[in-house]
Ligand binder design. Structure first.
Ligand SMILES: Cc1cc2nc3c(=O)[nH]c(=O)nc-3n(C[C@H](O)[C@H](O)[C@H](O)COP(=O)(O)OP(=O)(O)OC[C@H]3O[C@@H](n4cnc5c(N)ncnc54)[C@H](O)[C@@H]3O)c2cc1C
Length: 536
């Protein structure tokens, strides 16, 4: 690793939303930035749309992170996506802002956790504009009954609803609801250097074979590299060393060769994700430097994500059209007949049901074959319910067990609270109603027990005794360590997390440069790097 002798202003650990967006203002300001990424580049080609390259069957889904998950149902091993661009390469592209009220979530969500946002929506709004511009989000929120204020319209118009999406939107409208297009970071405009989306059914859970999804590896990372950022893929940060109240070195291991080296920079931005960031902090003993030591790893939220599968008499999508297009926010702040003391609920979105091949592969033989026959008759809605940040949901390290690269393994302990379960069920009840109106014969609920929406393990806040990060994302107790990923968010809100992680990271990076926020400039004036033809 020749990089050990080079000098950098900032080392960014992780190439997901937090890392890339924090790096962006730093690179624009001319800083020498080195980004370390545990995973490799995802090669693009027709194979991306094959089932063996998707979801947890992909080579980039790594069980070798060895998360031991204890989540009430059973104890199991978890894994996660590790690749250049992080899970954005495989994500669904949904790019929603938190609502204004989410920055002051209220006692039903906060309870005694001490969670508090150190700033309000207005502080993040210009960075939401910027993140939407960089991610090329296509949306139109005029019918969203909960839409937060915005200075600029979306950069792109959404695609027209395909027939399966129109069917759900029509049913929702007949029930007096206000469905609107789900904002998506997908490219719909063909150009010389970008393919436009073909509205195929292989999006969420798949890397885009033609690069029409605006994931970080398709657009932003190559731009940052062309502007001078160094990226080291297949490199795992395993230890942060501290001297005189500062991080003095990042010990890394090259996953392929096993070679170990220590890299140094003026500051370190940690953005390894909501599980890996506290893992690295705890494995490095940095909780000992923090006035909020007991909060590190705690207050893990992950949304109560529930699928409602409506089963129809006829195949619902014979054209194999993309249809993750409809959002329904009418129940974000509550639903008729639901105890208001539950507080905010969250959102409902259409989602592509897993295809027959995938179902056949992941379920045991007889069940998989039977379920695969039924899958073409399904339309699915995803409920995303906000969950409470409670101290008893946490990650910790297991000193008795080490992973293959040396650090102690990570343990995750998570149980939904009664309120979280009730919030999820309330949204499922509404999803069932919508699917019934769309013609479903019956519906089934399936809970998604993943940590794909995890946030909150190293939260920001004003109180230094309970919040490891200050309002600028600085790790309290160390001068030059910042955290810019999902772990920094004090609460989850009721929408998908990536756009908020991106906006907050752009904010943290901008504050580090000492430059002014791009306040109310309008989209045309927002700072963007030139797109380059750089290929990894
Ligand atoms: C299948 C799927 C679909 C999703 N769809 C959506 C969606 O439609 N909309 C939405 O808003 N959100 C979606 N999400 C969630 C979203 O992807 C995450 O919220 C987001 O990626 C988190 O960003 P982050 O910066 O916190 O961490 P990540 O994006 O996870 O980035 C962390 C990076 O750090 C790397 N890393 C970890 N440990 C180390 C280490 N020790 N050294 C070096 N590198 C390390 C990881 O490999 C990863 O690349 C989806 C997630 C999944 C899995």
């Amino acid at each position: 690793m020749a990089l050990a002798s080079e000098s950098f202003d900032t080392i960014v650990i992780g190439s997901g939303f937090g890392g890339v967006m924090a790096a962006y203002p730093l690179v624009m300001a001319g800083e020498r930035v080195l980004m370390l990424e545990r995973g490799d580049w995802v090669e693009r080609g027709p194979h991306n749309w094959e089932i063996n390259s998707a979801h947890e069957l992909s080579d980039h889904y790594c069980p070798d992170t060895a998360y031991a998950v204890d989540d009430a149902r059973r104890k199991r091993q978890g894994g996660s996506f590790h690749c250049v661009g992080g899970p954005s390469v495989f994500y669904g592209g949904v790019a929603l802002r938190l609502r204004e009220q989410d920055f002051d979530p209220g006692p039903a969500i906060v309870t005694d956790s001490g969670a508090e946002w150190p700033f309000g929506y207005d502080e993040l709004a210009p960075f939401y504009d910027w993140a939407e511009t960089l991610l090329g989000v296509a949306g139109d929120d005029r019918d969203d009954p909960t839409a937060p204020a915005r200075d600029a319209p979306y950069p792109q118009a959404p695609a027209r609803f395909t027939p399966p999406a129109q069917r759900v939107a029509d049913a929702a409208r007949r029930l007096g609801l206000k469905p609107f297009p789900l904002p998506l970071a997908i490219n719909y405009a063909p150009s010389d250097d970008r393919a436009a989306c073909t509205l195929c059914c292989t999006c969420d859970g798949f890397a885009c074979a033609i690069g029409a999804k605006n994931d970080l590896a398709t657009g932003l990372i190559p731009m940052l590299q062309a502007a001078g950022m160094a990226l080291r893929a297949n490199t795992v940060a395993v230890q942060l060393s501290v001297e005189h109240g500062r991080v003095s070195g990042v010990q890394c291991v090259d996953r392929r060769s096993g070679a170990s080296t220590t890299l140094r920079a003026g500051r370190v931005v940690l953005a390894a994700g909501t599980l890996a960031t506290p893992h690295l902090l705890l494995a490095s003993g940095l909780d000992r430097s923090s006035p909020a030591a007991s909060a590190i790893g705690r207050y893990l939220t992950r949304h109560n994500n529930l699928l409602t599968l409506g089963v129809f008499a006829r195949p619902t999508n014979p054209g194999r059209d993309f249809h993750k297009q409809v959002a329904i926010h009418d129940f974000y702040f509550g639903a008729p007949g639901v105890d208001p003391s539950i507080g905010k609920l969250g959102c409902i979105q259409q989602i592509t049901a897993p295809g027959p091949d995938f179902v056949r592969r992941i379920l045991p033989a007889p069940i998989g074959h039977i379920a695969a026959i039924g899958v073409p008759h399904v339309l699915a809605l995803l409920s995303i319910a906000e969950d409470q940040p409670v101290a008893s949901n946490f990650v910790s390290i297991d000193q008795a067990n080490r992973d293959e690269l040396g650090p102690p393994t990570l343990r995750i302990r998570h149980r939904y609270t009664r309120r979280d379960v009730a919030a999820g069920r309330a949204l499922v009840q509404q999803s069932r109603r919508i699917l019934r109106e769309a013609g479903a014969l019956f519906s089934m609920m399936h809970d998604l027990r993943s940590f794909s929406h995890a946030v909150g393990t190293v939260r920001m806040g004003q109180d230094e005794a309970t919040s490891p990060l200050d309002d600028r994302g600085r790790f309290r107790g160390l001068d030059n360590l910042y955290v810019a990923d999902g772990s920094a968010l004090p609460t989850s809100g009721g929408v998908n997390p990536s756009l908020t992680i991106a906006a907050n990271a752009l904010r943290i990076g901008t504050l580090l440069t000492g430059r002014a926020a791009p306040r109310a400039m309008g989209r045309q004036q927002l700072p963007v790097l030139e797109r380059s033809a750089h290929a990894p």
